[in-house]
Design a protein around this ligand. Structure first.
Ligand code: FES
Ligand SMILES: [Fe+2]
Length: 353
């Protein structure tokens, strides 16, 4: 009996350890931001490098974006370097073979020769909220969920979504997520912005996790004014581990509203391409709204710069001594584990931690 218990513990420890290694591999299966809508013009063809691999992103004549593996199956030309759109196909620059959007060879320019059965890997793509998203799954599974259109971003009451900044950060998506749900770091590391913060827990619905918090802002760093109270709330909705949407609100006569989208796309197993976007509720008349937008953008930027320094230099602590005040770190880790699979570790993927 005792040996059974010992065996069970060894197996349980091994499973936890394996999951931990996989989760820190930085390569989950999910939707990832790979470009902004404005980055890809009509009939545009551009290279991408994510997940340690090369891809080509292109927009066919019907205006839809598509992604292929970068290299042509014929003799290996990179399709983003000289490839062009002809109708609904991508034409390789090297020998002029045409590829349909599902990856099948559409035509070859050799008279009287049948087209080959050659196929290039195509990937699911979604263009929503001004961003081009790619679904990357290590076993090639298709998505059964999507990133939704956010109503505020097509409303006249909010400013258009704009980029705060893009960073290349040496970190993993899991460390990034831990940081995001970690409540107590808000009023310590980010004390310039937050006086305190309190988690109201998480709600989980398959690939979506919602975290609600209330907090007191340090208004000296924001729009210090009598109309705005220090009390506020934030709701963050995670659509998978690489895309989260937050709504920040202040209380008082003037209710300031800020929407942010944080996205993290693995460049490889070591680096994340992080881009933050923002939109502001139009509560002030012009030109006061411009000043408010600038201040809120600057606050998001400076706050995340503080995180970058921590993320780049931290190490993973096995079984950390977590308190309730730290926020729902364990719940979010357990939720995030659904996005990792054994094949998340590819042969050329080294385990970082
Ligand atoms: S390498 Fe693309 S057509 Fe030959
Ligand atoms: Fe932070």
């Amino acid at each position: 009996m005792a040996s059974d218990r010992y065996l069970f513990r060894v197996v349980a420890d091994f499973c936890l350890y394996s999951k931990k290694i996989i989760m820190y591999s930085n390569l989950p299966n999910s939707w990832f931001r790979v470009a902004r809508t404005e980055d890809l013009s009509a009939k545009g063809v551009i290279p991408l490098h994510y997940f340690g691999k090369d891809f080509v992103l292109f927009r066919t004549e019907d205006g839809k974006p598509h992604i292929f593996d970068a290299h042509c199956p014929h003799l290996g030309a990179h399709l983003a370097h000289g490839g062009r759109i002809e109708g609904q196909t991508l034409r390789c620059p090297y020998h002029g073979w045409h590829w349909e959007t599902n990856g099948q060879c559409a035509a070859i320019p050799y008279p009287d020769k049948p087209k080959p059965k050659a196929k290039i890997q195509s990937w699911p793509v979604l263009e929503v909220n001004g961003l081009i998203m790619m679904y990357h799954h290590h076993q090639g599974k298709l998505p059964d969920w999507e990133i939704p259109q956010i109503p505020e971003l097509i409303s006249q009451e909010w400013t258009p979504l704009r980029l705060v900044r893009q960073w290349k950060v040496r970190t993993t998506l899991q460390d990034y997520m831990d940081n995001s749900v970690d409540v107590s770091h808000l009023y310590n590391l980010h004390s310039r912005t937050f006086k305190n913060a309190h988690s109201h827990g998480v709600q989980i619905d398959g690939p979506i996790l919602t975290h609600r918090m209330s907090q007191k802002y340090n208004l000296s760093s924001l729009a210090a004014g009598k109309l705005v109270l220090e009390d506020g709330s934030v709701t963050t909705i995670y659509y998978g581990p690489a895309y989260d949407l937050s709504f920040y609100w202040t209380e008082g006569k003037l209710k300031l509203g800020l929407l942010t989208i944080f996205t993290g796309t693995p460049i490889d197993n070591e680096y994340l391409d992080i881009a933050i976007f923002y939109s502001v509720k139009k509560v002030l008349p012009f030109p006061l709204n411009l000043i408010l937008n600038k201040m809120l953008k600057q606050d998001v930027l400076e706050t995340f710069e503080q995180d970058v320094s921590i993320l780049e230099n931290k190490k993973d602590i096995h079984n950390p001594p977590l308190y309730q005040d730290d926020g729902p770190v364990r719940q979010s880790r357990s939720w995030a584990s659904q996005f990792y699979s054994e094949n998340s570790l590819t042969p050329n993927t080294s385990v970082q931690k």
